[in-house]
Design a protein around this ligand. Sequence first.
Ligand SMILES: [Zn+2]
Length: 451
Amino acid sequence: MLDFGKNIFPEMLELGLLLRGYNSPEYIKDVGTPERIDKVCVDLVSGRVDMARLDHEQMAVFLDRDGTINKEVRHLNSPEQFEILPGVGDAIRRLNHANYRVCIVTNQPVIARGECSVETLRQIHNKMETLLGHEGAYVDRIIYCPHHPDRGFEGEISDLKCECCCRKPGTGMIDSVVAEFNIARSSSWLVGDSSSDILAAKRAGLHSILVETGYAGLDEKYLVTPDYNFADLPRAVNFIIEGHPRLMESLEPLAANLKAGEMVFIGGQSRSGKSMIASALRDLLRSQGINSVVLSTDRWLRGESKRSDGVLGRHDDDHLRDAIAKIDTRNGTLSLNINAYRKLKREQIVDAEHLRIESDDVVIVEGVIALYVSGAASRPHRFYVSIDEEERRQRVLREYLLRGWSETEATAIYENRLIDEVPWVNASASSAVNLSVVDHKVIIERNHDYK
Ligand SMILES: [Zn+2]
Protein backbone atom coordinates (compact mmCIF):
# COMPACT_ATOMS: atom_id res chain seq x y z
CA MET A 1 0.00 0.00 0.00
CA LEU A 2 1.24 3.44 -0.87
CA ASP A 3 0.48 6.74 0.82
CA PHE A 4 0.77 10.00 -1.13
CA GLY A 5 2.28 11.93 1.76
CA LYS A 6 4.56 9.24 3.11
CA ASN A 7 5.61 7.33 -0.02
CA ILE A 8 4.77 8.82 -3.40
CA PHE A 9 5.59 12.51 -2.89
CA PRO A 10 8.91 11.90 -1.07
CA GLU A 11 9.93 9.45 -3.78
CA MET A 12 9.05 11.90 -6.54
CA LEU A 13 11.13 14.58 -4.83
CA GLU A 14 14.01 12.17 -4.48
CA LEU A 15 13.86 11.48 -8.19
CA GLY A 16 14.08 15.22 -8.80
CA LEU A 17 10.55 15.43 -10.23
CA LEU A 18 8.63 18.69 -10.02
CA LEU A 19 5.72 18.74 -7.57
CA ARG A 20 3.12 21.44 -8.02
CA GLY A 21 0.22 22.21 -5.71
CA TYR A 22 -2.67 24.61 -5.38
CA ASN A 23 -5.20 25.45 -2.71
CA SER A 24 -8.43 24.00 -4.05
CA PRO A 25 -11.79 24.99 -2.64
CA GLU A 26 -13.45 22.06 -4.41
CA TYR A 27 -14.35 18.76 -2.69
CA ILE A 28 -11.35 17.20 -0.94
CA LYS A 29 -11.59 14.53 1.76
CA ASP A 30 -9.16 12.05 3.23
CA VAL A 31 -10.61 8.56 2.60
CA GLY A 32 -8.10 6.53 4.60
CA THR A 33 -10.63 4.43 6.51
CA PRO A 34 -13.72 2.41 5.49
CA GLU A 35 -15.95 4.80 7.50
CA ARG A 36 -14.56 7.79 5.65
CA ILE A 37 -15.05 6.11 2.29
CA ASP A 38 -18.69 5.48 3.25
CA LYS A 39 -19.17 9.17 4.07
CA VAL A 40 -17.66 10.24 0.76
CA CYS A 41 -19.89 7.74 -1.08
CA VAL A 42 -22.92 9.41 0.52
CA ASP A 43 -21.64 12.83 -0.59
CA LEU A 44 -21.04 11.49 -4.08
CA VAL A 45 -24.57 10.10 -4.41
CA SER A 46 -26.22 13.18 -2.85
CA GLY A 47 -24.53 15.43 -5.41
CA ARG A 48 -22.45 17.24 -2.79
CA VAL A 49 -19.17 16.43 -4.53
CA ASP A 50 -20.49 17.67 -7.85
CA MET A 51 -21.99 20.85 -6.33
CA ALA A 52 -18.62 21.82 -4.90
CA ARG A 53 -17.15 22.03 -8.40
CA LEU A 54 -16.51 25.64 -9.24
CA ASP A 55 -18.15 25.36 -12.65
CA HIS A 56 -21.39 25.28 -10.63
CA GLU A 57 -22.45 28.61 -9.13
CA GLN A 58 -21.73 28.65 -5.41
CA MET A 59 -23.70 30.25 -2.56
CA ALA A 60 -21.64 32.24 -0.09
CA VAL A 61 -21.94 33.99 3.23
CA PHE A 62 -19.44 36.81 3.64
CA LEU A 63 -18.65 37.59 7.24
CA ASP A 64 -17.18 40.66 8.77
CA ARG A 65 -14.64 39.79 11.46
CA ASP A 66 -14.44 42.26 14.40
CA GLY A 67 -17.78 42.67 16.17
CA THR A 68 -19.37 39.84 14.16
CA ILE A 69 -17.13 36.81 14.75
CA ASN A 70 -15.06 38.10 17.64
CA LYS A 71 -15.55 40.65 20.36
CA GLU A 72 -14.99 44.24 19.21
CA VAL A 73 -12.05 45.70 21.13
CA ARG A 74 -11.16 48.60 18.77
CA HIS A 75 -7.95 48.09 16.78
CA LEU A 76 -7.32 44.49 17.81
CA ASN A 77 -3.61 43.87 17.32
CA SER A 78 -2.63 40.72 19.18
CA PRO A 79 -3.89 37.11 19.29
CA GLU A 80 -4.47 37.46 23.07
CA GLN A 81 -7.19 40.06 22.40
CA PHE A 82 -9.02 37.77 20.00
CA GLU A 83 -12.10 36.35 21.70
CA ILE A 84 -14.69 34.52 19.65
CA LEU A 85 -18.36 35.43 20.33
CA PRO A 86 -20.76 32.79 21.74
CA GLY A 87 -22.24 30.35 19.22
CA VAL A 88 -20.13 31.58 16.29
CA GLY A 89 -18.26 28.28 15.75
CA ASP A 90 -21.47 26.31 15.67
CA ALA A 91 -23.09 28.84 13.32
CA ILE A 92 -20.21 28.65 10.83
CA ARG A 93 -20.25 24.85 11.01
CA ARG A 94 -23.94 24.92 10.07
CA LEU A 95 -23.13 27.13 7.08
CA ASN A 96 -20.41 24.65 6.04
CA HIS A 97 -22.96 21.82 6.20
CA ALA A 98 -25.56 23.80 4.30
CA ASN A 99 -23.09 24.13 1.38
CA TYR A 100 -22.41 27.83 1.84
CA ARG A 101 -18.92 29.11 1.12
CA VAL A 102 -17.85 31.07 4.18
CA CYS A 103 -15.53 33.99 3.46
CA ILE A 104 -14.28 36.54 5.92
CA VAL A 105 -13.82 40.05 4.55
CA THR A 106 -12.27 42.42 7.04
CA ASN A 107 -10.84 45.94 7.02
CA GLN A 108 -7.55 45.89 8.94
CA PRO A 109 -6.27 49.47 8.90
CA VAL A 110 -4.10 48.53 11.89
CA ILE A 111 -1.64 47.22 9.28
CA ALA A 112 -1.36 50.59 7.50
CA ARG A 113 -1.15 52.39 10.81
CA GLY A 114 1.77 50.20 11.81
CA GLU A 115 -0.10 48.92 14.88
CA CYS A 116 -0.08 45.29 13.78
CA SER A 117 2.32 43.47 11.45
CA VAL A 118 1.21 41.11 8.69
CA GLU A 119 2.83 38.30 10.67
CA THR A 120 0.82 39.13 13.82
CA LEU A 121 -2.35 39.31 11.75
CA ARG A 122 -1.54 35.81 10.46
CA GLN A 123 -1.22 34.61 14.07
CA ILE A 124 -4.55 36.20 14.95
CA HIS A 125 -6.18 34.38 12.03
CA ASN A 126 -4.45 31.15 12.97
CA LYS A 127 -5.98 31.44 16.42
CA MET A 128 -9.39 32.13 14.87
CA GLU A 129 -9.16 29.10 12.57
CA THR A 130 -7.97 26.90 15.42
CA LEU A 131 -10.87 27.97 17.65
CA LEU A 132 -13.33 27.40 14.80
CA GLY A 133 -11.72 24.05 14.03
CA HIS A 134 -12.35 22.91 17.61
CA GLU A 135 -16.05 23.27 16.82
CA GLY A 136 -15.82 21.49 13.48
CA ALA A 137 -16.12 24.75 11.52
CA TYR A 138 -13.92 26.18 8.80
CA VAL A 139 -13.74 29.24 6.59
CA ASP A 140 -13.04 29.03 2.87
CA ARG A 141 -11.18 32.32 2.61
CA ILE A 142 -9.96 35.13 4.82
CA ILE A 143 -9.41 38.35 2.92
CA TYR A 144 -8.29 41.56 4.56
CA CYS A 145 -7.73 45.11 3.41
CA PRO A 146 -4.49 46.45 4.93
CA HIS A 147 -5.06 50.00 3.70
CA HIS A 148 -6.18 53.19 5.35
CA PRO A 149 -6.99 56.48 3.65
CA ASP A 150 -5.95 59.03 6.29
CA ARG A 151 -2.31 59.84 6.90
CA GLY A 152 -0.81 61.20 10.09
CA PHE A 153 -0.37 58.22 12.42
CA GLU A 154 2.96 57.71 14.11
CA GLY A 155 4.73 54.62 12.73
CA GLU A 156 2.37 54.30 9.76
CA ILE A 157 3.36 52.47 6.57
CA SER A 158 3.04 55.14 3.92
CA ASP A 159 2.68 52.70 0.98
CA LEU A 160 -0.55 51.44 2.53
CA LYS A 161 -1.96 54.89 3.14
CA CYS A 162 -4.16 55.19 0.11
CA GLU A 163 -7.69 55.17 -1.22
CA CYS A 164 -8.23 51.58 -2.32
CA CYS A 165 -11.18 49.68 -3.72
CA CYS A 166 -10.90 46.80 -1.27
CA ARG A 167 -11.62 48.67 1.95
CA LYS A 168 -15.32 48.22 2.80
CA PRO A 169 -17.69 49.82 1.80
CA GLY A 170 -15.66 49.17 -1.35
CA THR A 171 -16.42 45.81 -2.94
CA GLY A 172 -12.89 44.77 -3.99
CA MET A 173 -12.55 41.94 -1.47
CA ILE A 174 -16.02 40.59 -2.23
CA ASP A 175 -15.51 40.84 -6.00
CA SER A 176 -12.28 38.83 -5.86
CA VAL A 177 -13.96 35.99 -3.94
CA VAL A 178 -16.98 36.09 -6.26
CA ALA A 179 -14.67 35.64 -9.24
CA GLU A 180 -12.56 32.91 -7.62
CA PHE A 181 -15.47 30.79 -6.40
CA ASN A 182 -18.01 31.51 -9.16
CA ILE A 183 -20.41 32.88 -6.55
CA ALA A 184 -24.05 33.66 -7.34
CA ARG A 185 -24.53 37.07 -5.74
CA SER A 186 -28.33 36.83 -5.67
CA SER A 187 -28.25 33.80 -3.36
CA SER A 188 -25.39 35.07 -1.21
CA TRP A 189 -25.24 37.11 1.97
CA LEU A 190 -23.07 39.45 3.99
CA VAL A 191 -23.32 39.64 7.78
CA GLY A 192 -21.69 42.53 9.60
CA ASP A 193 -22.04 44.99 12.46
CA SER A 194 -21.31 48.34 10.79
CA SER A 195 -22.84 50.59 8.16
CA SER A 196 -19.78 50.07 5.93
CA ASP A 197 -20.53 46.31 5.85
CA ILE A 198 -24.13 46.95 4.87
CA LEU A 199 -23.19 49.45 2.16
CA ALA A 200 -20.57 47.04 0.77
CA ALA A 201 -23.23 44.29 0.61
CA LYS A 202 -25.66 46.59 -1.13
CA ARG A 203 -23.08 47.70 -3.71
CA ALA A 204 -22.01 44.09 -4.29
CA GLY A 205 -25.58 42.86 -4.81
CA LEU A 206 -25.64 40.61 -1.72
CA HIS A 207 -28.42 40.23 0.86
CA SER A 208 -27.35 42.07 4.00
CA ILE A 209 -27.83 41.29 7.69
CA LEU A 210 -26.87 43.71 10.43
CA VAL A 211 -26.04 42.10 13.77
CA GLU A 212 -26.34 43.86 17.12
CA THR A 213 -22.97 42.69 18.40
CA GLY A 214 -19.99 45.05 17.94
CA TYR A 215 -21.10 48.45 16.63
CA ALA A 216 -24.67 47.24 15.97
CA GLY A 217 -24.83 49.62 12.98
CA LEU A 218 -24.75 52.62 15.28
CA ASP A 219 -21.53 53.92 13.75
CA GLU A 220 -24.00 55.56 11.28
CA LYS A 221 -21.06 56.43 9.05
CA TYR A 222 -23.08 55.65 5.96
CA LEU A 223 -26.82 56.16 5.61
CA VAL A 224 -27.89 52.71 4.56
CA THR A 225 -30.60 50.32 5.71
CA PRO A 226 -29.83 46.61 6.12
CA ASP A 227 -32.18 44.08 4.55
CA TYR A 228 -32.49 42.24 7.87
CA ASN A 229 -31.48 42.72 11.54
CA PHE A 230 -30.65 40.00 14.03
CA ALA A 231 -29.15 40.00 17.50
CA ASP A 232 -26.06 38.00 16.60
CA LEU A 233 -24.39 35.75 14.03
CA PRO A 234 -26.01 32.48 15.23
CA ARG A 235 -29.48 34.00 14.77
CA ALA A 236 -28.49 35.46 11.40
CA VAL A 237 -27.33 32.02 10.28
CA ASN A 238 -30.62 30.42 11.42
CA PHE A 239 -32.40 32.95 9.27
CA ILE A 240 -30.20 32.37 6.21
CA ILE A 241 -30.53 28.59 6.33
CA GLU A 242 -34.13 28.14 7.50
CA GLY A 243 -35.95 31.39 8.23
CA HIS A 244 -35.55 33.18 4.91
CA PRO A 245 -36.73 30.29 2.69
CA ARG A 246 -39.70 29.72 5.05
CA LEU A 247 -40.56 33.41 5.13
CA MET A 248 -40.48 33.71 1.34
CA GLU A 249 -42.61 30.61 0.89
CA SER A 250 -45.22 31.92 3.33
CA LEU A 251 -45.39 35.20 1.38
CA GLU A 252 -46.18 33.49 -1.92
CA PRO A 253 -49.97 34.05 -1.62
CA LEU A 254 -49.32 37.79 -1.22
CA ALA A 255 -46.93 37.98 -4.13
CA ALA A 256 -49.34 36.03 -6.34
CA ASN A 257 -51.89 38.84 -5.98
CA LEU A 258 -49.41 41.58 -6.88
CA LYS A 259 -49.02 43.09 -10.29
CA ALA A 260 -46.09 45.09 -11.61
CA GLY A 261 -46.31 48.79 -10.76
CA GLU A 262 -48.61 48.36 -7.74
CA MET A 263 -48.10 49.68 -4.22
CA VAL A 264 -48.08 47.65 -1.00
CA PHE A 265 -48.55 49.12 2.48
CA ILE A 266 -47.29 47.28 5.56
CA GLY A 267 -48.24 48.84 8.89
CA GLY A 268 -48.16 47.74 12.50
CA GLN A 269 -46.59 48.62 15.82
CA SER A 270 -42.96 49.58 16.13
CA ARG A 271 -40.62 46.53 16.13
CA SER A 272 -43.33 44.10 15.03
CA GLY A 273 -41.41 42.77 12.02
CA LYS A 274 -42.70 45.01 9.21
CA SER A 275 -39.34 45.71 7.62
CA MET A 276 -38.43 42.01 7.67
CA ILE A 277 -41.62 41.17 5.79
CA ALA A 278 -41.02 44.02 3.35
CA SER A 279 -37.48 42.80 2.59
CA ALA A 280 -38.60 39.19 2.20
CA LEU A 281 -41.40 40.24 -0.13
CA ARG A 282 -38.86 42.19 -2.18
CA ASP A 283 -36.59 39.11 -2.34
CA LEU A 284 -39.50 36.89 -3.35
CA LEU A 285 -40.64 39.30 -6.07
CA ARG A 286 -37.07 39.57 -7.35
CA SER A 287 -36.89 35.78 -7.65
CA GLN A 288 -40.02 36.03 -9.79
CA GLY A 289 -38.49 38.70 -12.02
CA ILE A 290 -40.40 41.64 -10.49
CA ASN A 291 -38.35 44.58 -9.25
CA SER A 292 -39.49 46.38 -6.13
CA VAL A 293 -38.51 49.30 -3.94
CA VAL A 294 -38.97 49.39 -0.16
CA LEU A 295 -39.68 52.74 1.51
CA SER A 296 -39.60 52.88 5.30
CA THR A 297 -41.82 55.56 6.84
CA ASP A 298 -39.05 55.99 9.46
CA ARG A 299 -37.27 58.06 6.84
CA TRP A 300 -39.93 60.69 7.44
CA LEU A 301 -39.38 60.82 11.21
CA ARG A 302 -38.79 64.39 12.34
CA GLY A 303 -35.61 65.38 14.11
CA GLU A 304 -35.92 65.56 17.88
CA SER A 305 -36.14 69.38 18.02
CA LYS A 306 -38.99 69.52 15.50
CA ARG A 307 -41.26 66.98 17.11
CA SER A 308 -44.59 67.48 18.77
CA ASP A 309 -46.79 64.97 20.61
CA GLY A 310 -48.21 61.80 19.16
CA VAL A 311 -47.31 59.63 16.21
CA LEU A 312 -48.03 62.33 13.67
CA GLY A 313 -46.10 64.86 15.70
CA ARG A 314 -43.05 62.68 15.22
CA HIS A 315 -43.56 62.20 11.49
CA ASP A 316 -43.37 64.48 8.51
CA ASP A 317 -46.43 62.77 7.04
CA ASP A 318 -47.29 65.55 4.56
CA HIS A 319 -44.03 65.10 2.69
CA LEU A 320 -44.44 61.34 2.73
CA ARG A 321 -47.92 61.72 1.28
CA ASP A 322 -46.49 63.96 -1.46
CA ALA A 323 -43.97 61.24 -2.30
CA ILE A 324 -46.72 58.60 -2.43
CA ALA A 325 -48.81 60.80 -4.72
CA LYS A 326 -45.84 61.13 -7.08
CA ILE A 327 -45.31 57.35 -7.04
CA ASP A 328 -49.03 56.78 -7.71
CA THR A 329 -49.09 59.05 -10.72
CA ARG A 330 -45.69 58.19 -12.16
CA ASN A 331 -45.50 57.83 -15.85
CA GLY A 332 -42.20 56.28 -16.81
CA THR A 333 -39.17 56.66 -14.57
CA LEU A 334 -39.69 58.70 -11.42
CA SER A 335 -36.76 60.48 -9.77
CA LEU A 336 -37.42 60.90 -6.09
CA ASN A 337 -35.33 62.40 -3.33
CA ILE A 338 -35.99 60.73 0.00
CA ASN A 339 -34.95 61.57 3.54
CA ALA A 340 -32.93 59.52 5.96
CA TYR A 341 -33.08 59.33 9.72
CA ARG A 342 -30.18 58.90 12.10
CA LYS A 343 -31.41 56.92 15.11
CA LEU A 344 -28.55 57.75 17.40
CA LYS A 345 -28.59 61.51 16.91
CA ARG A 346 -32.34 61.52 16.31
CA GLU A 347 -31.93 63.79 13.34
CA GLN A 348 -33.57 63.87 9.97
CA ILE A 349 -31.51 64.33 6.84
CA VAL A 350 -33.58 65.84 4.09
CA ASP A 351 -33.09 64.50 0.55
CA ALA A 352 -30.35 62.12 1.72
CA GLU A 353 -30.89 59.62 -1.04
CA HIS A 354 -31.88 59.74 -4.65
CA LEU A 355 -34.21 57.01 -5.83
CA ARG A 356 -35.25 55.98 -9.33
CA ILE A 357 -38.58 54.20 -9.50
CA GLU A 358 -39.61 52.62 -12.80
CA SER A 359 -43.25 52.45 -13.80
CA ASP A 360 -43.39 48.67 -13.41
CA ASP A 361 -41.60 48.55 -10.02
CA VAL A 362 -43.68 47.40 -7.09
CA VAL A 363 -43.35 49.97 -4.27
CA ILE A 364 -43.55 48.62 -0.72
CA VAL A 365 -44.17 51.24 2.00
CA GLU A 366 -43.57 49.93 5.51
CA GLY A 367 -43.72 51.61 8.91
CA VAL A 368 -45.98 52.66 11.77
CA ILE A 369 -47.75 55.26 9.61
CA ALA A 370 -47.79 53.21 6.37
CA LEU A 371 -51.51 52.37 6.54
CA TYR A 372 -52.37 55.92 7.59
CA VAL A 373 -50.62 57.52 4.60
CA SER A 374 -51.91 54.90 2.16
CA GLY A 375 -55.10 56.95 1.95
CA ALA A 376 -58.13 55.12 0.68
CA ALA A 377 -58.93 51.82 2.35
CA SER A 378 -59.86 50.69 -1.14
CA ARG A 379 -56.21 50.09 -1.95
CA PRO A 380 -55.88 46.35 -2.46
CA HIS A 381 -52.56 45.62 -0.74
CA ARG A 382 -52.77 46.84 2.84
CA PHE A 383 -51.34 44.68 5.59
CA TYR A 384 -51.16 44.97 9.35
CA VAL A 385 -48.41 43.03 11.12
CA SER A 386 -48.75 41.96 14.74
CA ILE A 387 -46.63 39.96 17.15
CA ASP A 388 -46.88 38.88 20.75
CA GLU A 389 -46.79 42.03 22.90
CA GLU A 390 -44.23 40.69 25.37
CA GLU A 391 -41.84 39.89 22.53
CA ARG A 392 -42.41 43.34 21.07
CA ARG A 393 -41.72 44.96 24.45
CA GLN A 394 -38.39 43.13 24.64
CA ARG A 395 -37.46 44.29 21.14
CA VAL A 396 -38.33 47.92 21.90
CA LEU A 397 -36.30 47.87 25.11
CA ARG A 398 -33.34 46.22 23.40
CA GLU A 399 -33.36 48.80 20.64
CA TYR A 400 -33.12 51.70 23.09
CA LEU A 401 -30.60 49.95 25.35
CA LEU A 402 -28.39 49.44 22.30
CA ARG A 403 -28.56 53.15 21.57
CA GLY A 404 -27.15 53.78 25.03
CA TRP A 405 -30.35 54.62 26.91
CA SER A 406 -30.77 53.42 30.47
CA GLU A 407 -33.23 50.68 31.37
CA THR A 408 -35.48 53.27 33.06
CA GLU A 409 -35.40 55.57 30.01
CA ALA A 410 -36.11 52.67 27.63
CA THR A 411 -39.03 51.48 29.77
CA ALA A 412 -40.39 55.02 29.91
CA ILE A 413 -40.32 55.25 26.08
CA TYR A 414 -42.09 51.90 25.76
CA GLU A 415 -44.78 52.90 28.26
CA ASN A 416 -45.22 56.32 26.77
CA ARG A 417 -45.76 54.78 23.32
CA LEU A 418 -48.37 52.44 24.78
CA ILE A 419 -50.41 55.57 25.41
CA ASP A 420 -49.59 57.89 22.53
CA GLU A 421 -48.80 55.46 19.69
CA VAL A 422 -50.10 51.93 20.18
CA PRO A 423 -53.87 52.67 20.17
CA TRP A 424 -53.46 55.00 17.17
CA VAL A 425 -51.60 52.34 15.17
CA ASN A 426 -54.01 49.61 16.33
CA ALA A 427 -56.91 51.52 14.87
CA SER A 428 -55.53 50.95 11.38
CA ALA A 429 -55.65 47.15 11.76
CA SER A 430 -59.35 46.76 11.03
CA SER A 431 -59.07 48.05 7.47
CA ALA A 432 -56.14 45.83 6.52
CA VAL A 433 -55.34 42.18 5.98
CA ASN A 434 -53.83 40.96 9.26
CA LEU A 435 -50.48 39.19 9.28
CA SER A 436 -48.63 37.62 12.14
CA VAL A 437 -45.14 36.20 12.15
CA VAL A 438 -44.44 33.01 14.03
CA ASP A 439 -41.03 31.41 13.73
CA HIS A 440 -40.22 33.23 10.48
CA LYS A 441 -43.48 32.23 8.90
CA VAL A 442 -46.12 34.75 7.94
CA ILE A 443 -49.65 33.72 8.84
CA ILE A 444 -52.39 35.49 6.94
CA GLU A 445 -55.09 35.81 9.58
CA ARG A 446 -57.91 37.45 7.71
CA ASN A 447 -57.46 36.21 4.22
CA HIS A 448 -60.74 36.97 2.53
CA ASP A 449 -58.92 38.65 -0.35
CA TYR A 450 -55.80 36.53 -0.18
CA LYS A 451 -56.60 32.93 -0.86
ZN1 LIG B 1 -7.68 48.16 0.67
